[in-house]
Design a protein around this ligand. Sequence first.
Ligand code: NIG
Ligand code: FE
Length: 412
Amino acid sequence: MTTLIINIKELLQVRETPVEKVAGPDMKTLPSIKNAYLYIESGIIADFGKMSELEITSTDEIIDASGKVVLPTWCDSHTHIVYAGNREQEFVDRINGLTYEEIANRGGGILNSAKKLQETSEEELYQQSAQRLKEVIRLGTGAVEIKSGYGLTTEAELKMLRVIKKLRENYQIPIKATFLGAHAVPANYKGDKDGYMDLVIDEMLPQVAKEKLADYVDVFCETGYFSVEDTERLLSAGKKHGLTPKIHVNQFTAIGGVQAGVAYDALSVDHLEEMRPEDIEALNGSDTMPVALPSCSYFLSIPYTPARDIIDAGLPLALATDYNPGSTPSGNMNFVVSTACIKMKMTPEEAINAATINGAYAMGVSKTHGSITVGKHANVIITKPIPSYGFMPYAFGSNVIDTVLIDGKVME
Ligand code: NIG
Ligand code: FE
């Protein structure tokens, strides 16, 4: 099967020489070809270039993209889309003055979602999660990472990870799984965090590794949740089982989680709303990708990740949604890209780099996804006719996506 997209107003994120990520001042450059074509063979990008140089004469399918922009699909490297039910009551409680922390202390928050998930069958959990996955694919996401962490018992954590595995089997986009057993201390371990850490490390982790249910290990390294010491203990155990860290750090307080992540070769450190100069310094020279989650900042009214400080220090930055029932009930990467421009002072070029190639890096798929490069998967967004690509983040409330192709196939 071959598909030829012609008359593309502008083809974005064209990387003839593949890059695994972009950092610092290079993030301001988004290589593109105006008036371009893109040729897809068996789901893989086979050729692209200027229309004036098009030599392909026969193809199974042709798509005319006159007036439209084509770019790689979003790579959403941080989500929790496997969850049961919703938490709109907590949303109303926050409007009425309670804080996220106060809600959690009353048994709401993560523990509320854990209770719901434990009571939900694996099949029902799969159905709810598949709905969300289909929703985000329609919104232009073509690669996604999904975490456990709403189970908090061995059985329920494994149930979540099996649902992720089933999603991976049934959907064409790449899906990476992350084990987040250390997301919160469950009610039956209240006052015995060390006991729960023992359960995570001695019982859950070996089982997860044995069944090959996760690619990465995660922990909520935060005051009132898990300490830097807990984080180091878990990451070192995870490494012994072959799991690379991708961790939640510096969301509400800066306690040294970034340094722990870097020390254990984390693929990414995520959230980073509270960054001290030494936290930025710690990332310098490392292979760890900082990941910002602006729709979480928006929804909780907490500070935005200081993107300018991070990028201006020469570091890379990725953007992801954090789609989850508590802090970010949205998986819309278009909103993330807009919000990064509007609230974090990222340019459209920086935001698109952060949401495509750098997102791909932060979930370990940048060799196959995240740019228009021959040999990569043909996961692309075709926009509606728009004046320029800057219109995408600018028109923040509009859906400018016309078509999403996954492995060259049009998603309905
Ligand atoms: O990434 N911060 C930790 N975990 C999630 C939210 C958890 C929840 O409230 O359900 C996050 O924001
Ligand atoms: Fe998260």
